[in-house]
Design a protein around this ligand. Structure first.
Ligand SMILES: Cc1cc2nc3c(=O)[nH]c(=O)nc-3n(C[C@H](O)[C@H](O)[C@H](O)COP(=O)(O)OP(=O)(O)OC[C@H]3O[C@@H](n4cnc5c(N)ncnc54)[C@H](O)[C@@H]3O)c2cc1C
Length: 385
């Protein structure tokens, strides 16, 4: 295994870091978080930098990058804000699913627009009754002439209300069938008639936003069905591994920011006439954080490398996602302890890291579902996989 970066990957990391340092200033991040505002200026800068083009083939204007490039980029963006990264991630992951399963016409029509920043993408699977249990989904699409009519309620949809967004919405098209054979993907413009969006008041990730969606006879043309009728599960699975490993790289960017902040504070903050980091209790917390970060990063690169080499990496990715997400939460909690009241104050950044981190053992598959997946790969029979 060779985890060293190519010259291009080093340039990518440095280019992303430069743009993030210029635009995602502490004031900008705090303002977007406080006002729960989508980072539209930053998204435009990512488009200009070519980040939307990164993993797509040249025939659509892309750069033909792989999952390692995506991980490099995710870590560099999330160092400033994991919340911001989810805005870009939503577009990229949905775009890759479209690349894998869309028709020639759908790809030719939509991918160049995505890469040029003219449209964004987001995903909507979850519902009030259907979280880990996707099969409990109730929303439906039924044929109406050559169109489809979508009805139902979706929940927890990241980025659904972003400007110029097309929601990749999974609904049942054969409610009697098992969800793996009765669910379909439709591309729904977020300004469609009959669609009601409500931005939810969540603890963290407040810029990209998490939405509730009501669909009342939302009319969708036949050419907005992706992957064929009842093939939605195949579309989800097409991009699952790339998405999970890239998101894990995002966790690692957030963890590095937390550690840097807490370490600096432990060196600067004096109590009883000496830096608090000279207390073994604090030094050991920081040493544990460093170990958590290094283990998470190594497992993420192992998973990314396995996937990039063309192998099935679901077990490695689930292990990396599970460990890194729980370590991220643990680190945010301990770093807040090191910063004392400053960590708990809304005028400093640690509380935002803490709030954003807390979502990651829930989103993109809960910790319990990762354990179910790992156990199943160990030959154990676990329900609901
Ligand atoms: C910030 C954020 C953003 C999100 N963005 C999106 C998005 O863009 N699109 C989207 O579709 N969804 C999104 N989600 C939803 C996310 O996918 C779900 O929250 C997740 O799948 C869990 O579903 P749930 O919250 O309904 O919890 P439930 O599935 O109801 O689970 C509740 C608890 O029970 C546990 N549990 C459930 N079943 C089992 C089992 N079989 N074995 C062991 N434990 C189990 C879970 O691990 C959890 O601890 C987002 C969630 C968050 C927090």
């Amino acid at each position: 295994m060779d985890f060293s970066f190519t010259e291009e990957q080093r340039m990518l990391r440095d280019g992303v870091t430069r743009v993030m340092n210029e635009l995602a200033t502490p004031e900008y991040i705090r303002e977007c978080d406080r006002e729960q505002r989508f980072p539209e200026e930053l998204y435009k800068a990512w488009v200009d930098l070519g980040l939307l083009r990164l993993p797509f083939p040249e025939e659509y204007g892309g750069m033909g990058g792989n999952v390692i490039d995506l991980a490099v980029m995710a870590e560099a963006i999330s160092y400033k804000s994991f919340d911001f990264f989810t805005a870009l991630g939503a577009s990229l992951f949905c775009g890759l699913n479209l690349l894998a399963k869309g028709t020639t016409e759908q790809k030719a029509q939509l991918l160049p627009k995505l890469l040029a920043g003219e449209v964004k993408f987001s995903v909507s699977i979850s519902e009030p009754e259907a979280g880990s249990d996707v099969g409990a989904m109730r929303s439906t699409a039924v044929r109406d002439g050559t169109d489809w009519l979508i009805n139902g309620q979706k929940l927890w949809a990241t980025s659904a209300g972003a400007p110029d967004n097309i929601i990749h919405m999974y609904v049942k098209t054969d409610p009697k069938a098992h969800y793996r054979k009765g669910m379909s993907l439709f591309l729904v413009d977020n300004r469609s008639e009959g669609l009601e969006l409500r931005k939810l008041d969540m603890l963290g990730r407040r810029c990209t936003g998490t939405y509730e969606i009501h669909c009342n006879d939302v009319r969708v043309a036949a050419d907005r069905l992706v992957g064929g009728e009842n093939n939605g599960w195949q579309v989800v699975m097409a991009g699952l591994q790339v998405e999970r490993v890239t998101v894990t790289a995002g966790y690692i960017g957030g963890m590095q920011a937390i550690l840097d902040d807490a370490l600096q504070y432990a060196k600067d903050r004096k109590q009883f006439g000496r830096p608090i980091g000279t207390n073994q209790a604090i030094a050991h917390m920081l040493a544990d954080m460093q170990a958590d970060l290094e283990v998470s990063r190594t497992m993420m690169w192992r998973a990314a490398w396995t996937l990039a080499s063309g192998a099935d990496a679901l077990k490695e990715i689930s292990i990396a996602k599970l460990f890194a997400s729980e370590a991220y939460v643990r680190m945010a909690n301990n770093a807040m302890q090191i910063l004392g009241a400053y960590g708990y104050c809304m005028e400093f950044d640690m509380q935002r890291h803490f709030r954003d981190a807390r979502s990651v053992t829930i989103g993109a598959g809960t910790s319990q579902m990762q354990r179910n997946l790992i156990a199943a790969r160990m030959g154990l029979k676990v329900d609901n996989n």
